[in-house]
Design a protein around this ligand. Structure first.
Ligand code: D61
Ligand code: MG
Length: 411
């Protein structure tokens, strides 16, 4: 059905065409040609362990690129231990709580991962990550170690505790992703590419992480429940289901949908902070690095809203849609236009009989007003589709006219 998708979404085909024109394969590999030895291996690990962040990290300004790659690998190592259900509780908590010291121990490796652990190899060769970490400027090392310590402690806490209340949910997401936002903001400031104040507005940085993490948690409910996990807070799902399995049960679909819509509404609350955070970012490569994950997230959460396929299995935005989002995440104004488009789509999906209708309508209203007020030229209109139809129209006419002429002259 991919072909039909492309025909039905000509603007995405257009974006894909330009994307592949700009990112021809040889160009893509330039980062790895510039770096050597162990750092090259670290970029291999980055590509192995992250589909979503590998490209944006590689396109960062060289002042930040290696530091943020290593920040990612250190935390991915920590998260691989957190996610591994085969490591005994006490051992796991000890590893999580001491990981910020482990990253200073030359030669440390870890071979105890369970057989299903997708990123086990990263820990088997973790000495390589440590070598490169120790080569970073100490200001970078300090930030990474501080965030690793706090994230490890939080993750250790949640190996026992469950996500019960909404406060727990915000706290867990703070440990898993909000702290990444803190660390990144501090690294941006330390590098001198962004203002010192970016490294101090940490509440906004936290929201950047929460918007991404909560979107994933909301989208992945089916997969997580089938794996025997659930990150939806009990305070929410227990209003609609007797158990986590009951939540995705077809027999309980109406209640399941109410729970899903409540979870989506919770995510949407972070939108004002996300736009305010992006408003402070100056350097173009840092801007794209921050904006691309956020536009993917808003597209995903709007797709999930009132969508029963989330409870049945996996939902994903189309490949072409993702390429279009990436190519448009260049400036604050373009990102605002993208958010506006998705907010309008959400408005169409937000039916009056939905119990979340009023709360979602408020967020829609506020976001549209915020954007219309601050965007040059006011509320945006997207004419890309109309342009393409026009081009296609003239192309067809010209072709017919041309063949008509050549037919005539051949006689
Ligand atoms: C600007 C740009 C990027 C940002 C940001 C601000 C603020 C926060 C984040 C990125 C982090 C968002 C994480 C969302 C995806 N969630 C996960 O990967 C979960 O793991 C959480 C713990 C490890 C976090 C590692 C990480 C992720 C992204 C980074 C980074 C570090 C460092 C630099 C740049 C981006 C999730 O993992 C699932 C999996 O194993 O694949 C989980 O276990 O919950
Ligand atoms: Mg995890």
């Amino acid at each position: 059905m991919a072909f039909i998708d492309w025909v039905l979404h000509p603007t995405e085909l257009w974006a894909a065409f330009w994307f592949f024109m700009r990112h021809a394969p040889p160009d893509e590999k330039t980062v790895k040609l510039q770096v050597s030895g162990d750092m090259k291996r670290c970029y291999d690990f980055l590509e192995m362990t992250s589909r979503s962040f590998a490209a944006v990290i590689q396109e960062l300004n060289p002042k930040l690129r290696d530091g943020i790659c290593l920040f990612y690998l250190v935390l991915r190592g920590l998260d691989t231990i957190e996610d591994d259900m085969t490591i005994p509780g006490a051992r796991k908590r000890h590893l999580l709580e001491t990981f910020h010291e482990i990253i200073y121990q030359k030669g440390w490796t870890f071979k105890e991962s369970g057989p299903d652990e997708k990123d086990a190899l990263l820990l088997v060769e973790f000495d390589i990550v440590i070598n490169e970490f120790l080569r970073l400027p100490t200001e970078f090392q300090d930030v990474i170690a501080d965030i690793t310590r706090r994230m490890g402690a939080g993750m250790a806490k949640y190996t026992r505790a469950r996500v019960e209340s909404l406060e727990d949910y915000n706290e867990y997401c703070h440990y898993a992703a909000g702290l990444v936002g803190h660390g990144l903001s501090r690294l941006f400031a330390v590098s001198g590419l962004e203002d010192k104040s970016v490294g101090e507005q940490l509440e906004l940085a936290n929201s950047m992480g929460l918007f991404l993490q909560k979107t994933n948690i909301t989208r992945d409910i089916n997969e997580d429940v089938l794996d025997g996990r659930c990150f939806w807070p009990k305070a929410v799902w227990s209003k609609y289901a007797d158990s986590e399995e009951h939540l995705i049960d077809r027999e309980n679909r109406d209640k399941g949908m109410e729970a899903l819509n409540e979870m989506c509404t919770n995510v949407l609350q972070h939108i004002p902070d996300v736009l305010e955070y992006l408003n402070q970012i100056q350097e173009p490569s840092v801007f794209r690095f921050c904006a691309i994950p956020q536009v993917m997230a808003i597209a995903t959460i709007v797709l999930c809203y009132d969508n029963s396929r989330v409870l049945d299995g996996n939902v994903k935005i189309r490949k072409g849609e993702a390429l279009k989002l990436i190519s448009q995440a260049t400036t604050l104004d373009n990102v605002k236009r993208t958010f506006y488009r998705y907010i309008e789509q959400l408005e169409r999906k937000n039916q009056p009989d939905n119990p979340m209708h009023n709360q979602v309508a408020k967020i829609i209203d506020r976001t549209k007003k915020d954007i219309a007020r601050t965007l040059k030229g006011g509320a945006p209109v997207d004419f890309t589709k109309e342009y393409l139809v026009l081009i296609l129209f003239f192309f067809t006419i010209t072709t017919f006219f041309y063949s008509y002429l050549t037919e005539k002259s051949s006689f």
